[in-house]
Design a protein around this ligand. Structure first.
Ligand code: BYC
Length: 472
């Protein structure tokens, strides 16, 4: 269905045929805009930004580029097309038609998953609120803003589901989405990573590489949901997610490139004296963001995850492409866990291991980008390899929480950890150094901050000196 842009809230769900729902969402809209004004990108309301806006959900329609003032961005409700024959692909309800409404017994589970998903979207906008002040180029500033408006739209996607299918409870949850704030001591965001600060652009690129990728895997699992409106919402969200991870991968890649170029040119490892970010510091940021993002997958052995699957509300990554019974009642899966202070492998019922299985899919995907970074480093002739730390390194959630583990997976005493942790995780001094590089935003078209290389190509094939943001 084409997107109706004539409405106050653009949508492809025939919103105007349901007056009550339309009114409820039109009531929420000004609150969302107030939130955007207070908590969205700082001081950006008057800027004209070269943004991509969806005009339909098919492959041609969602990438339309033009200058937009962000408060005028057409946030709306876009679901991927409905397949009238879609069946639930897994769990006890396998083979039954996908639900077009919420089955009573799954109401609280679905609500909770939708709220958890929805909560991350405005959280990330809040985390990135001040980054525009220190953007390393107009190209990067535009990408930041693109990500921000799309996270705003992803919030709309979840708020629509809450309003349309969860009655009064849903409306209250939608309000609460704008009341919790990232890092707020009284009303924090739900998941750990979304209460961490994103104070600099190295953190931003690591966040979009690692944490947005959790988004990809969680959304893909929810895109398998038996609750069809959720599945269709997530499918469309996934198309936008790809750009966010691209920004992360190329952002880190461009920092690595610049660092390696300077190391070569000046025959030194001491690139800090040259105003760039040294490779060990980049590795420490990677370690931090990877382990915080691993926590987002929950417990290694989880009865919650087993229940979601058995009920048909949350599947596996690419569920329908997996060749097994899609019930998993008799299957087992090997996980790593902790016994007597040691990391051991243990077979557990596959249903309980679904969080861990998804985490493994995620780790494999993360590793591919690291390989690409390493190839690029190798091409510069610098002998250095970025690595993903062990899954048990510095975890706060799950079996490894509290265990002291080195990046290569050795269990350590508290004393060994304390003696080495500054080599593995960003220290206050590292953070202060990276922050010190974040000078005033670089606003001249085609110019880049000293510590980052330009991108290989422009957005929508625009030339290198394209004016992605006009400040007015
Ligand atoms: N922080 O049985 P478990 C994105 C809690 S990112 C705090 O493993 P479950 C995006 C858990 O709630 C994708 N608490 O739980 C990225 C549970 O509490 P109760 C976001 C945590 O439910 C960038 C208890 O520990 N989407 O889109 O199987 C920018 C037991 O754990 C955490 C989703 O997450 C944590 N990290 O797994 C913008 C999808 N982990 O029941 C956007 C929806 C666990 O004891 N969420 N807990 O009170 C889910 O599928 C699940 O809630 C989780 C947790 C996978 C997160």
């Amino acid at each position: 269905m084409a997107i109706d842009y004539s409405q106050l809230i653009p949508n492809n769900v025939d919103l105007s045929s349901d007056r009550r729902l339309q009114r409820a969402l039109e009531n929420w809209q000004p609150r969302f805009l107030d939130w955007w004004k207070d908590m969205g990108p700082d001081g950006s309301s008057a800027f004209d930004v070269y943004l991509r806006t969806a005009i339909s959900t098919d492959s041609n329609g969602w990438a339309n580029f033009g200058y937009v003032k962000m408060p005028d961005y057409r946030w709306g409700i876009f679901l991927a097309d409905r397949d009238p024959n879609r069946q639930i692909a897994f769990g006890d309800n396998k083979g039954k038609p996908a639900w077009q409404d919420v089955p009573g017994e799954m109401r609280s589970t679905l609500r909770r998953l939708i709220v958890t998903q929805g909560d991350t979207e405005p959280a990330s906008v809040e985390q990135q609120r001040l980054l525009g002040r220190t953007a390393p180029s107009l190209y990067d500033l535009r990408n930041l803003f693109q990500i921000n408006v799309e996270e705003g739209r992803h919030l709309w996607a979840m708020v629509y589901l809450l309003h349309a299918y969860f009655g009064r409870d849903g409306r209250e949850e939608a309000e609460a989405m704008l009341e919790r704030h990232s890092g707020d001591p009284d009303k924090p965001r739900i998941l750990g990573a979304f209460n961490e600060a994103t104070p600099d652009w190295l953190s931003f690129f690591m966040f979009t590489y690692f944490t947005d990728r959790d988004g990809k895997y969680q959304l893909a699992s929810l895109a398998e949901s038996g609750f069809d409106p959720l599945a269709r919402s997530c499918r469309f969200m996934l198309t936008e997610e790809a750009h966010h991870m691209f920004v992360g991968e190329t952002g880190v890649g461009r920092i690595l490139q610049r660092t390696c170029e300077l190391m070569k040119e000046h025959r030194t490892d001491d690139v800090r004296s040259l105003g760039a970010i040294d490779l060990p510091t980049i590795q420490k940021y990677l370690n931090f963001h990877f382990s915080v993002s691993l926590d987002l997958f929950g417990q290694e052995a989880s009865t919650n995850a087993a229940n979601y699957y058995t009920q048909g509300v949350k599947g596996r990554f690419l569920e329908t492409r997996i060749d097994d019974d899609h019930l998993l009642t008799n299957a087992s899966y090997e996980i790593e866990t902790v016994e007597d202070g040691r990391i051991v492998k243990k077979a557990v019922p596959a249903l309980q291991a679904l969080n861990e299985r998804l985490r493994q899919d995620y780790i494999d995907d993360c590793a591919k980008g690291v390989l690409r970074w390493n190839r690029a480093i190798e091409r510069t002739g610098i002998p250095f390899e970025m690595t993903l730390p062990h899954r048990a390194f510095d975890r706060q959630i799950g079996a490894f929480a509290g265990l002291r583990v080195s990046p290569d997976g050795k269990v350590l005493s508290e004393a060994e950890w304390n003696a080495n942790k500054d080599r593995w995780l960003p220290t206050d001094e590292d953070r202060a150094y990276v922050t010190s590089l974040m000078g005033a935003a670089v606003t001249q078209p085609g110019k880049f901050a000293h510590w980052i290389a330009p991108p290989a190509r422009g957005i929508n094939n625009q030339p290198g000196d394209f004016e992605y943001v006009r400040f007015n």
